[in-house]
Write a protein that binds this ligand. Structure first.
Ligand code: GKR
Ligand code: MG
Length: 420
């Protein structure tokens, strides 16, 4: 079979301009098993323009590596037909770089054909996307204003219940995920039990220690949770490796989810072969964009695996992208995660609000969100002025600790795993 790289003749529809715009936004000092979020963090906004003036936007991580990769992709993107996504994916050979462009290309196409992005992904199977309320232990927030939720330190079961109450009252979440791997495992179990006392044991819970526990510790925690009346949806990355998950799964009937050891299509086969996972957490930022996420949804279903959705700190463009793709994923069985309620800055004209913990799927053509030029400019200037650490690069969180550069800096910090 001969292959062709001829994608389309239409010149006015071609991409003429790729803008890669790093921005800096404020973050609360959320804690995890690597360290804590920095006060100012980086993201990258992608803007594509076609010869006839159509604009498409995307958002991705903010580290120098992705910025450089997007800059290197410029010669492939400028001049391309926005519909020719597969050849671009093949030429890039990099799911993360492609993922950033895929969202912006689908936004262009959606506006061109007058369809919301979910319809380009096969159509929506839900009208609104329920998100989980993502709870974190945290340090005290510096200079909070009324938009900050839980500004005080959250470092005990009691303070976590206060945080969760504020979260649920403000956004209406009915599924709760707690970031673990911060306090002693028994203290984190005690926190989950206190949350169940507060919100009812029928509330679905998840805990995600990001691989901070050994198989032995995780097995003990799992037994404790099985004995409780907590409704545990899954244990998320309780242990550090695929092999450790396979061992853990022999010790517990609780489902196991991951966004750490199955992060690429190549890793699905070994995970299935070793029975290491029940739920793969998708993420369009690194699973080859929205297109790749729908592919993952189908592949996972073939192997009787469930799908959820992972998040990192993100702004409104990613919120829109996540909502469109979640609407189109028929095998998505768990409320996706989002860091969005923790964010105080945004780049979109109309930031999203949760209704009973859900976001209605936007029906306008494309992603259905626009950039607010003045907000974008302000956050882009801030990036230039502050040279923020990119949150996606987890080593930067550890580095922040090591350098002791922030108010939470600790020079003795080593995020080695398992920790307990
Ligand atoms: O934002 O601190 C955080 C999370 O721990 C993040 O690093 C993870 O990528 O949320 C993520 C997860 O589910 O593992
Ligand atoms: Mg996780």
């Amino acid at each position: 079979m001969s292959s062709s790289t001829r994608d389309t003749p239409s010149n006015e529809r071609r991409i003429t301009d790729l803008e890669v715009i790093p921005v800096a936004h404020t973050e609360p000092p959320l804690r995890n098993s690597w360290g804590a979020h920095t006060n100012v963090a980086a993201r990258t906004i992608i803007r594509l323009t076609t010869a006839d003036g159509q604009v498409g936007i995307g958002e991705t991580y903010g580290d120098q590596k992705i910025i450089d990769a997007l800059e290197r992709a410029r010669s492939l993107v400028e001049g391309m037909n926005p519909h020719a996504r597969k050849p671009l994916e093949l030429r890039l050979q990099d799911p993360m770089t492609y993922g950033a462009l895929d969202t912006a290309l689908l936004d262009v196409i959606g506006k061109e054909v007058g369809e919301p992005v979910y319809n380009l992904l096969g159509g929506k199977v839900r009208d609104e996307v329920e998100y989980s309320g993502y709870l974190f232990y945290k340090y005290e927030t510096e200079a909070p204003d009324e938009s900050h939720i839980a500004p005080h330190a959250v470092d005990s079961p009691e303070t976590m219940v206060e945080e969760a109450r504020a979260f649920v009252d403000r956004h209406g979440f009915s599924t709760l995920k707690m970031k673990g791997g911060v306090l002693e495992p028994d203290e984190e179990v005690r926190t989950l039990k206190r949350l169940a006392d507060e919100f009812g044991s029928e509330t679905p819970f998840r805990i995600d220690p990001n691989g901070a526990w050994s198989v032995e510790t995780a097995s003990r925690v799992a037994r404790e949770l099985e004995r409780s009346d907590l409704r545990v949806q899954f244990l998320e990355d309780p242990v550090p490796t695929m092999n450790a998950h396979a061992r853990l799964k022999r010790n517990t009937p609780l489902p196991v989810a991951t966004n750490m050891f199955v992060v690429d299509f190549d890793q699905i086969a070994p995970a299935v072969r070793t029975d290491a996972v029940d739920v793969i957490l998708s993420d369009h930022h690194y699973w080859s964009g929205l297109t790749g996420n729908v592919r993952l949804d189908d592949v996972a279903e073939t192997f009787d695996l469930s799908v959820g959705m992972h998040s990192n700190s993100h702004l409104g463009v990613s919120m829109a992208a996540m909502t469109h793709v979640a609407a189109a994923m028929s095998n998505l069985q768990y409320a996706p995660d989002t860091h969005y309620p923790w964010m105080v800055d945004d780049v979109v004209s109309t930031p999203f609000t949760f209704e009973d913990g859900s976001i209605p799927v936007p029906d306008d053509p494309g992603l259905g969100v626009d950039l607010d030029e003045s907000k974008l400019e302000r956050l882009a200037e801030r990036y230039e002025e502050t040279d923020p650490l990119a949150y996606s690069d987890v080593s930067s969180m550890a580095a922040e600790y090591a350098a002791g550069e922030s108010s939470v800096g600790r020079s003795d910090w080593l995020p080695n795993k398992p920790r307990w």
